[in-house]
Design a protein around this ligand. Structure first.
Ligand code: NAP
Length: 310
């Protein structure tokens, strides 16, 4: 499975197991994060062949980009890495708003370049629609930045199907990033058929359902970070989900793999999902997730996993 995949029509190739870094310096999402552990996991990822790294201004805010930038500089491997970041959120006082006007997006790219200590971004996503700027206009701004060589590919995240269609009017969108995992499959109805038809790579976020689908949680667990408000990790729903994870464990066991590996491998069998970006809090999790590349699911297993989570 370790063949490189092209993102969209960009001519940029990535390894299918990438790395999500919202827990690298994402102090506004997870309290008590250890920055050194965060830098170490990025370092270990790069040293072990991960070449697709996902960050965003919002994580920190700004701190995830800074830490990823520090590690990239130190490893001297910038040119081997496909670096993705996202912009559009801005703080107005304490309040977070989105701004996809040309002036703001251009400034957001400049600011990300500084924090990442680089002179180009491989993939820049508009993180959220702003409810005002027409999507095709916002994408047009990114196209200008692409023509100037500041970014190499154009992404959108958290747009509805209609917003995505409008934004992709001129066919410039290479990648769509949206929530998708075995417990949250609504993208299958609308977004995934569209991205497949348009040759847009779909990168699922929360692929491990924030850790639940890594197979290490039990019903005694409680959370004090962004997971505290996630319904799939509370009460009865949590228990039902844990029971489904046990069924996955049987499939994984029979293949001498772990739950996380069969989950991530399953996504990669879907049309238009060209890579996954599981997050991690420690380097060993990064190494563990790379073992997904050794897992080949049979048609039977793919169907069985599908039916457990239908
Ligand atoms: P996730 O990938 O579903 O879950 C990651 C968590 O699972 C880790 O922090 C770790 O948490 C646990 N884990 C990972 N690998 C493991 C392993 N091998 N064994 C045991 N536990 C493991 O959630 P996510 O990190 O929030 O999402 C992935 C990435 O998507 C983010 O990092 C970010 O880059 C991106 N994202 C984008 C958006 C957007 O709006 N575009 C939104 C959310 C996320 P514990 O150690 O605490 O269990």
């Amino acid at each position: 499975m370790n063949t490189k995949k092209q993102i969209g029509k960009s001519g940029i190739y990535i390894n299918p197991i990438g790395l999500g870094t919202n827990a690298v310096g994402g102090h506004n999402l997870y309290p008590n994060l250890d920055e050194e552990a965060g830098k170490e996991l990025v370092r270990v990822a790069i040293e072990n062949g991960v070449n697709f790294i996902d960050t965003a201004y919002l994580y920190g805010p700004g701190r995830s980009e800074e830490l990823v930038g520090e590690v990239l500089k130190e490893t001297g491997k910038r040119e081997n890495i496909v670096l993705a970041t996202k912009g559009s959120p801005k703080f107005v006082g304490q309040e977070l708003q989105n701004d996809n006007t040309p002036a703001f997006l251009k400034q957001a790219v400049e600011d990300s370049l500084k924090r990442l200590q680089t002179d180009y971004i491989d993939l820049f996503y508009i993180h959220y629609p702003d409810g005002v700027t027409p999507g095709y206009e916002a994408v047009g701004t990114l196209k200008e930045l692409k023509d100037q060589g500041k970014i190499r590919a154009i992404g959108l995240s958290n747009f509805s199907l209609d917003q995505l269609k409008e934004a992709n009017r001129d066919g410039y969108v290479d990648v769509y990033q949206g929530e998708y995992n075995l417990l949250q499959r609504s993208a299958e109805k609308e977004i995934l058929p569209y991205t497949a038809e348009q040759n847009i790579s779909f990168i699922p976020f929360f692929p491990l359902a924030s850790g639940l689908l890594a197979g290490k949680y039990n019903k005694e667990m409680t959370f004090n970070d962004l997971r505290a408000n996630m319904p799939h990790l509370q009460g009865e729903e949590f228990e039902k989900n844990l029971a489904k994870v046990e069924q996955l464990r049987e499939i994984a066991h029979a293949k001498q793999a772990e739950v996380a590996h069969v989950v991530l491998a399953w996504y990669l069998t879907r049309d238009s999902i060209d890579a996954v970006i599981p997050g991690a809090k420690r380097a060993d999790q990064v190494l563990n997730n790379l073992k997904t590349l050794d897992v080949q699911l049979t048609e039977n297993e793919i169907a069985k996993i599908d039916s457990i989570f239908r």
